[in-house]
Design a protein around this ligand. Structure first.
Ligand SMILES: Nc1nc2c(c(=O)[nH]1)N[C@H]1C(S)=C(S)[C@@H](COP(=O)(O)O)O[C@H]1N2
Ligand SMILES: [Mo]
Length: 322
C-alpha cells in the first residue's frame, strides 16, 4: 500500500492516492533476501498439488441476521465488493479474484497456540460448527480512503477466545495468514515480510464488534475475501482485518503487523479510523464509497465509537489513529 507518488488530497483519483509501489526499508529487504536464500536452499520445499476437499458447512448459510448493527448506507453490490480486493498474496492490485481461486481452502487447519491451556489444531469445518453463525452488516474503511458495506457471516472473536482458553498472561492476539508461494504468486515476491500477520490487544479482541468471518452475501467466502476464515474489525483501517487465517497465537508482546514491518511511519499497530489524523501522504477526512461514485465524510472509529471508544481510555499517549 506504500506509494511513491506524493498526494495531499483525498479527492484525487484513487490510482494516485492508492499506494501500489513498494517502499522498502533496509530491514525488510534484508529479511526478504535471506528468506529467498533459505527457500532456494531447501530442495522439495514446494508443496505438491492437493485436491480440494468439499466444504462441510454449506447448510449453515444463509445465517440469521443479527440486527444490532444497523447501517446508514446501502450494502455494496456483491459483484462490486467481490471484484475490488486487497489481497497482496495474489497481487498488489484490486483484480485478484481470479488468481485467488488457486488457493485450496479445504482441507484447512487452524492452529491455536502460545499462552493457552493447551495448544491445538482444528479443522475449519469442525471449528465453524462449534461456533454458531450469524450475519452482520458492517462498514469497511480501507486506509487508502475507499469504503464498502458488506453483509459478513461469522461469529464473535470472543467466542473463539473462550474456546481457546488463554492463560491470564496473554496480552495480545497474533493472527497469521497461510504461506504457500506455489498457490499465491505474491508470496514469491520475497521482499515482502510474508506471511501476513496482524495483532490486537485482548480487550480489542474481546470487543463485541471483533468478528471472525466465514461467509459473505449469504454464502461461504469466495477466496478473494479471505476464505475460509478472516477477521473483520470495522472500527480500524482494513489492513487490520487479516485474511485466510491459519494460526491464532496468544502472546505477551505486541505483534508487529505486515504493513507495520514494511512502513512503520505509515501503518501502526492501532490503526483506528480517525478523519482528523491524515495518513502521511493523504487526508483521511473523506472516503470514496464503492459503487456510488460519492465521497462522504469519514467518521471517528468508522462510526463505531459507541462500542469501542472505551477501549482507548488512558492510551492517549499512543499513536492510536495510524
Ligand atoms: N492476508 C491478507 N489480509 C489482508 C490483506 C492482504 O493483502 N493480505 N489486505 C488487507 C486490506 S488493506 C484490506 S482493505 C482488506 C480488504 O478486504 P476485502 O478484499 O474483503 O475488501 O483486507 C485486509 N486483509
Ligand atoms: Mo486496506
Amino acid at each position: 500500500m506504500v506509494g511513491i507518488v506524493r498526494r495531499a488530497d483525498w479527492a484525487l483519483p484513487e490510482s494516485a492516492a492508492t499506494p501500489e509501489h513498494l517502499f522498502l526499508n533496509r530491514r525488510t529487504l534484508v529479511a526478504g533476501l535471506s528468506g529467498m536464500i533459505a527457500a532456494t536452499a531447501l530442495p522439495g520445499s514446494m508443496p505438491a498439488a492437493r485436491a480440494q476437499a468439499s466444504d462441510q458447512t454449506l447448510d449453515l448459510y444463509p445465517a440469521k441476521l443479527n440486527d444490532a448493527y444497523p447501517l446508514d448506507r446501502a450494502v455494496t453490490p456483491a459483484d462490486v465488493a467481490g471484484q475490488y480486493n486487497n489481497f497482496y498474496e495474489f497481487g498488489s492490485h484490486k483484480q485478484i479474484a481470479g488468481a485467488a481461486r488457486s488457493l485450496k481452502t479445504r482441507p484447512w487447519t487452524v492452529r491455536i497456540d502460545g499462552l493457552v491451556e493447551s495448544e491445538r489444531e482444528i479443522g475449519i469445518d469442525e471449528l465453524i460448527r462449534a461456533m454458531s453463525l450469524e450475519e452482520r452488516l458492517y462498514r469497511h474503511r480501507c486506509v487508502e480512503a475507499w469504503s464498502m458495506t458488506v453483509p459478513w457471516t461469522g461469529f464473535p472473536l470472543a467466542r473463539l477466545i473462550d474456546y481457546a482458553a488463554p492463560l491470564s498472561s496473554a496480552k495480545y492476539l497474533r493472527l497469521e495468514t497461510f504461506m504457500d508461494p506455489e498457490a499465491a504468486s505474491g508470496q514469491r515476491q520475497v521482499w515482502y515480510p510474508w506471511p501476513y500477520v496482524e495483532g490486537l490487544t485482548m480487550a480489542e479482541a474481546r470487543n463485541e464488534l471483533a468478528f471472525m468471518v466465514t461467509g459473505v452475501y449469504g454464502k461461504p467466502l469466495e477466496n478473494q475475501f479471505g476464505a475460509p476464515l478472516r477477521l473483520a474489525l470495522p472500527w480500524k483501517y482494513g489492513f487490520k482485518s487479516i485474511k485466510s487465517i491459519v494460526r491464532i497465537s496468544f502472546v505477551d508482546e505486541r505483534p508487529m503487523g505486515f504493513w507495520e514491518q514494511i512502513a512503520p511511519s505509515e501503518y501502526g499497530f492501532w490503526a483506528n479510523v480517525n478523519p482528523q489524523v491524515p495518513h502521511p501522504r493523504w487526508s483521511q477526512a473523506q472516503e470514496r464509497v464503492l459503487h456510488t461514485g460519492e465521497s462522504v465524510p469519514t467518521l471517528l472509529f468508522n462510526g463505531y465509537g459507541e462500542q469501542v471508544a472505551g477501549l482507548y481510555a488512558g492510551l492517549e499517549g499512543e499513536k492510536l489513529y495510524s
